[in-house]
Design a protein around this ligand. Structure first.
Ligand SMILES: C[S@@+](CC[C@H](N)C(=O)[O-])C[C@H]1O[C@@H](n2cnc3c(N)ncnc32)[C@H](O)[C@@H]1O
Length: 209
């Protein structure tokens, strides 16, 4: 039987509670098999802390749980979250208010690839769990480079059993990357260094300017 295929926007628009609960009410399964979700939060947090009063762009901010963690644990002066799934943004706005950081952030609906930032730049930008759904990864990285002044951080899923299971279960296309592909996607970008670290199910990269 063929399955329905959705865009990443349609797929994520009905999963804000589900995704938020990976952080807020993790099950034993989440703690065991979704460790990468917590590792990537920590890697971005550490990168934000390299800067004094940075501005942060959270690309594909989802339910905003990461955004709030980063705001509460750093002196970041402002965070902009952008996500094309509006139910995610609604969740993120409420969560940020409830956690007392609503005045330091804004969550907007939009496709990062199409959004016009009108020259606005951010000290740190992060895309956690996003490149999984991006076909035009080269263009995505070029845009991240263009809107960032300090460092940009990305999570990259790898191929393997988990990816095969996701391809079977998910109704939206998913992409994977090996280390060579990650390095190639950073070639020609305006960066001074590229750090790549392994984590469960893939890698994190931190590109510093
Ligand atoms: C797996 S969730 C991750 C959410 C959050 N970054 C986290 O790690 O908790 C991926 C999110 O990226 C969003 N997304 C994917 N591609 C996007 C794009 N091109 N522009 C804006 N949002 C995007 C989806 O709507 C979804 O909410």
């Amino acid at each position: 039987m063929s399955k329905n295929i959705h865009t990443a926007q349609q797929y994520w628009d009905v999963r804000s509670d589900l995704f938020a609960n990976y952080y807020k009410k993790p099950s034993l399964f989440d703690k065991t098999f979704r460790k990468a979700v917590y590792v990537r939060t920590a890697v971005v947090l550490k990168t934000i802390k390299e800067f004094d009063q940075p501005t942060v762009l959270d690309i594909g901010s989802g339910p905003g749980v990461n955004s709030v963690t980063w705001l509460k644990n750093t002196n970041a002066k402002f965070l902009l979250g952008i996500d094309f799934a509006e139910s995610m943004n609604e969740y993120a706005r409420k969560h940020a208010q409830a956690e007392g950081v609503g005045d330091r952030c804004k969550f907007i609906a939009g496709d990062f690839m199409k959004h016009d930032f009108k020259g606005e730049k951010f000290t740190v930008s992060a895309a956690c769990g996003v490149l999984d759904y991006v076909k035009e990864s080269r263009e995505f990285m070029q845009k991240m480079d263009a809107v960032t002044t300090g460092a940009f951080v990305v999570s990259w899923p790898e191929n393997g059993l988990r990816m095969a299971l996701r391809r079977y279960r998910y109704t939206t296309p998913v992409y994977h990357y090996d280390e060579a592909a990650i390095r190639k996607l950073h070639e020609g970008l305006n960066i001074k260094s590229l750090e790549i670290m392994p984590m469960q199910g893939g890698r994190m990269s931190v590109a510093r300017k």
